[in-house]
Design a protein around this ligand. Structure first.
Ligand code: ADP
Ligand code: MG
Length: 479
């Protein structure tokens, strides 16, 4: 913020207030009172607001019970007028009952002449100013994907909390929580939810200014403003939005000045009750390279994580995608994909698109065989000739069981669960059919195998320990 104070001290008095009603030099008493109140503002409104808006306030004159204070831009004046002026007046009157009013005037200097928002002759922000501001913000915002709507978002256990939180943000009249922090692995639907929020606000409250961009673009804009020596406009733009949505915040790890700027933007918006929505690939506390004070702020509101997808959710998404595409894809193919392509939703969608495109071009029906054919490379990466014996050995090792426990009829949970994990991994990592897998596990029925797969999928969604166990063994086998 130092650029504000330096500009302000270099100001060339070009007074826009009424010169006929000649202002008087403030007496030392009034000056002392102002200094006191100015300091109090820091306490009252917090450091961030003070530094962003109130610090440049300077006492210019005192007359007829009116304290006249100046700011360098009209934008700042309007902002302070709306948000803080009443309280500032009250603080002054409390100290000295003769003071009836605090008037904020703009004292521009040459540098500030191209202040961001144009005004009418009377100094009020012009419609054109509003439009320019909106245009500038629209330019900074990244485009929204029209397909990323709430309607197209399939809800399941792994994303239920994040989805409910996103809906709350757009449905609540007041701020339900601030910020909303969404996190989860790549391709799990964070960006989709954020776009859905932005779309909905555009529809239901078109007067609201919504800014959506990646943290990378935030940094780019900030650095550009620094280079152009125009951080004022940058601050003004970011601080005048109603909803700020920043995607992939982990990007600013290690970028100290961007973090600093973001921190102040964040605080200023929270102070003004503006909604902030942030996404990251991990929890706030795990954001290494991001300052502790920012990490803790990020966790102030609601933190919602998106878990890795389950079989059910993947199948649900595929059904929804099939309907959108209007393609003729048999259920068995969707089930096959839901079982095989587990890495993330983006890859799952990609697989479906590929088989649909292939069928289109080749004018062939989509079957399980054609699917396996088209997706050979993708599936091979998943298969890599791992045997069921190997899987059983690794799982037994991991859980400290005997290999024979994989085939036995014992049903105790400490044996049955690992056995289910092994069945799940067998389906995931080999090309064996369900009956074949069943035979390898002590001659079990294929429905038992199916049940085991679903059970493990489900558990992975709500039990971090199981998810981790599966991941560890899977890596040991494929890595
Ligand atoms: P992230 O931002 O978490 O990396 P995206 O939001 O870009 O992931 O999602 C990747 C793709 O998966 C997008 O095409 C998105 O529409 C789709 N997707 C993710 N989750 C869902 C869901 N629950 N329902 C429908 N589509 C989804
Ligand atoms: Mg994303």
């Amino acid at each position: 913020m130092s650029e504000i104070s330096s500009k302000q001290s270099a100001q060339l008095s070009q007074n826009t207030s009424n010169l006929e009603d000649a202002p008087l030099e403030p007496t030392p008493d009034i000056q002392a009172l102002w200094t006191y109140v100015h300091n109090e503002m820091r306490q009252e409104f917090g450091e961030a607001v003070f530094r962003s808006w109130l610090k440049p306030l300077t006492l210019r004159a005192y007359y007829h019970g009116t304290m006249e204070v100046s700011v360098p831009t009209r934008f700042m004046r309007d902002w302070i007028q709306t948000h803080y002026a009443q309280r500032i007046s009250a603080m002054c009157s409390d100290k000295n009952s003769e003071i009836k009013r605090v008037q904020i005037v703009v004292v521009q200097n040459a540098i500030m002449d191209d202040a961001f928002v144009p005004q009418n002759a009377d100094g009020s922000p012009s419609v054109r100013g509003q439009e320019d501001l909106r245009a500038a913000i629209a330019e900074i915002s990244s485009p929204l994907d029209p397909r990323f709507t709430f309607d197209n978002y399939v809800v399941g256990k792994p994303n239920a909390l994040a989805h409910a939180a996103a809906r709350r943000v757009v449905e609540s009249a007041s701020l339900p929580f601030n910020p909303l922090f969404l996190y989860g692995g790549v391709g799990l639907g964070k960006t989709h939810l954020m776009h859905a929020i932005a779309h909905t606000i555009h529809e239901t409250a078109p007067e609201k200014i919504v800014m959506y961009l990646s943290a990378e673009k935030f940094m780019y804009q900030f650095v550009k403003a620094l280079r152009a020596n125009d951080t004022m406009s940058f601050k003004e733009q970011f601080r005048s939005v109603d909803v700020l949505i920043i995607d992939d915040i982990q990007f600013i790890a290690g970028k100290e000045s961007t973090q600093e700027e973001f921190f102040h933007t964040f605080n200023a918006l929270v102070d003004q009750n503006k909604q902030i929505i942030i996404s990251a690939d991990r929890a706030p506390s795990d954001l290494n390279g991001i300052e502790e004070r920012l990490r803790s702020r990020l966790a102030w509101g609601l933190v919602a994580d998106i878990h890795p997808s389950t079989y059910e959710l993947r199948l649900g998404i595929l059904h929804s995608k099939r309907a959108q595409l209007g393609a003729d894809v048999p259920d068995s193919v969707l089930e096959f994909l839901a079982l095989k392509v587990t890495s993330n939703i983006r890859e799952l969608e990609g697989a479906l698109n590929r088989i649909v495109a292939h069928a289109d071009v080749s004018r062939q029906e989509i079957t399980l065989e054609s699917t396996q054919d088209v997706l050979q490379d993708l599936l091979r990466a998943h298969d890599r000739r791992i045997t069921i014996d190997e899987i059983q050995r690794k799982v037994a090792e991991h859980y400290n069981l005997r290999l024979s426990d994989m085939h036995s009829a014992r049903r105790a949970r400490n044996v049955a669960r690992p056995r289910q994990v092994a069945m799940y991994l067998s389906k995931l990592l080999t090309a064996r059919s369900l009956p074949e897998i069943g035979r390898k596990f002590g001659g079990r029925d294929h429905t038992t195998v199916m049940h085991a797969i679903r059970k493990v999928e489900e558990l992975m969604g709500d039990d971090a320990q199981i998810a981790q166990d599966v991941e560890v063994v899977r890596r040991a086998l494929t890595g």
